[in-house]
Design a binder for this molecule. Structure first.
Ligand SMILES: [Zn+2]
Length: 508
């Protein structure tokens, strides 16, 4: 334990003791922070697969059971969430995303082809929902007619939607732009204060050109596309709206420190396993980083690499995998197609033999279109097929059922932003595809399966006492509805660490 930790612990113990003296009810203050009732809770815990209610304390699940049993535990300060009979699942864990790229999708807004003020306002509203306060909404593509016909209406429509985000949207020819009230404020500071209509540069409808346009443009931060804290916060807000409470970031951008910073600031709504490129191996080994090193919110220790399916790469692949594995890191290799899958399996088996038995959880990312005779090698080597059912729903036969029969440790994800991060699309694809698996198996692969794939199965992926309180409430009972309706199911609420981090508009 570090000195810092010891000190904190002492302060905490002292604080608790004072609380006991000063607060009469503190002695019985084991009351839960949050109780969820009236849920159709599918726990994925074999000992109690269904329940009605869940109690949460200190970010952890402390009790699961019937409404009457759990309700009894409530105290004065317990927050009660009524699930109104709807389906409750463990928070989704996306085993394969490119998180910064998801956030960066909101760094520019394409208004080409949008001819009405309503259409532009609707898009801006979607951006404003996920962007941090103050982040600019930038974009371009207006046809010239837009300024005359829609400019004034857009200015009025957009005002209440974007009261925390400046908006600057250029015409396709770049000669004029639309700015919202917040962006126009940048004209009023210092030397830019007098550019009123006399010069034809600014008008009340937010259409600007010339000097005014340049002045506002100069107020846009130059690091807009590289402001990682804002970009990752956007991605995290977005993921929460789809019930995703954990992601495994396969993008080798090494942003773990930014994730930690966001977490300290209370802005991270997603637990992240942040993977590094194979080239970071010496650095990670030096720092003593091993698989799943970190805290409950941000962990590192996974290295990601590629196989293109070329036999010539096998020696290098073997060497790198064995070295990373020996350092205690978790290795995941991208492979699509029969040859790439075979090469990666060969290299994994070779490295495992060389380094001896241990719980290493090698992963094949995508594991798509492996040869039929290679499929049993996953289960035999305890190698994780990390698959994306929605991304690959139109390319080749799915083999989820076969992996399950063989007891492969199947994990699901999206590969967003290649496709939407929405897990319901993946679950629908896995259930409705030619080799359709059960809803329960698909949900399991997207929760407990993904948790196993990142060494976290003891602490997440199920609704069970002792696990972290990450849960979602869904609009439809995907176990019972017509499977065609699974993909359209929306998230009613997302709970991370016992806090509601997303609530659908209709519930607010
Ligand atoms: Zn990917």
């Amino acid at each position: 334990m570090s000195k810092h930790r010891i000190l904190l612990t002492r302060i905490f113990i002292l604080g608790s003791a004072l609380l006991l003296i000063c607060h009469p009810s503190a002695a019985r203050s084991k009351e839960p922070d949050l109780i969820l009732i009236n849920g159709d809770v599918r726990t994925l815990d074999a000992k109690m697969p269904r329940a009605e209610a869940v109690a949460v304390s200190g970010g952890k699940i402390v009790a699961v059971g019937r409404n009457d049993e759990i309700r009894k535990l409530a105290g004065e300060l317990t927050r009660i969430i009524d699930a109104k009979g709807r389906l409750v699942l463990p928070g989704f864990n996306d085993s394969h995303v490119h998180f910064a790229a998801i956030g960066n999708k909101f760094s520019s807004l394409d208004v080409r082809g949008l001819t009405s003020a309503e259409a532009v306002a609707a898009k801006a509203a979607e951006y404003a929902r996920f962007l941090p306060k103050g982040r600019w909404i930038l974009g371009s593509g207006f046809a010239n007619e837009f300024a005359q016909t829609e400019g004034k209406r857009l200015f009025e429509l957009i005002a209440p939607i974007t009261d925390s985000n400046p908006v600057l949207l250029y015409s396709a020819d770049g000669k004029w732009a639309f700015a919202n009230a917040l962006a126009l404020e940048h004209l009023n500071d210092g030397r830019s204060s007098r550019t009123e209509n006399g010069s034809g540069e600014r008008s009340i409808d937010g259409i600007i050109s010339g000097l005014a346009m340049r002045q506002i443009a100069s107020a846009v931060p130059s690091d807009h596309l590289r402001n990682w804290p804002e970009i990752l916060e956007t991605a995290s807000n977005y993921a929460a709206s789809f019930g995703v409470t954990s992601v495994q970031d396969m993008h080798s951008d090494e942003l773990a420190d930014v994730y930690r910073q966001l977490d300290r600031e209370g802005k991270l709504k997603t637990r992240v396993y942040d993977c590094s490129p194979m080239s970071a191996l010496p650095k990670l080994a030096n720092l003593g980083v091993k698989a799943a090193t970190g805290d409950a919110m941000v962990r590192t220790g996974c290295v990601k690499y590629f196989s293109e399916g070329d036999e010539a790469e096998l020696p290098e692949l073997r060497r790198d995998i064995a070295a990373a594995d020996k350092a205690g890191l978790q290795v995941m290799i991208h492979a699509i197609g029969p040859r790439a899958n075979r090469i990666v399996l060969d290299a994994f088996e070779w490295a495992a033999k060389k380094n001896g038995r241990r719980d290493r959880r090698f992963r094949v990312e995508h594991a798509q279109n492996a040869n039929s005779e290679d499929v049993p090698r996953f289960a035999r080597g305890a190698i994780i097929p990390s698959m994306q059912p929605w991304l690959f729903s139109r390319s080749g036969p799915a083999i989820f059922g076969r992996h399950l029969q063989l007891h492969s440790p199947l994990a699901f994800g999206s590969d967003a932003p290649m496709v939407e991060i929405n897990p319901l699309l993946g679950i629908a694809a896995a259930v409705n595809g030619p080799d359709g698996i059960s809803v329960e198996d698909a949900v399991r692969a997207y929760t407990a399966g993904s948790a196993y794939a990142e060494f976290q199965e003891k602490v997440k992926g199920k609704i069970k006492s002792g696990q972290m309180a990450d849960m979602v409430i869904l609009s439809e009972d995907i176990f019972e509805v017509d499977p065609a309706r699974i993909a359209g199911t929306r998230i009613v609420a997302t709970i991370l660490n016992g806090s509601v981090v997303y609530l659908h508009q209709a519930e607010r």
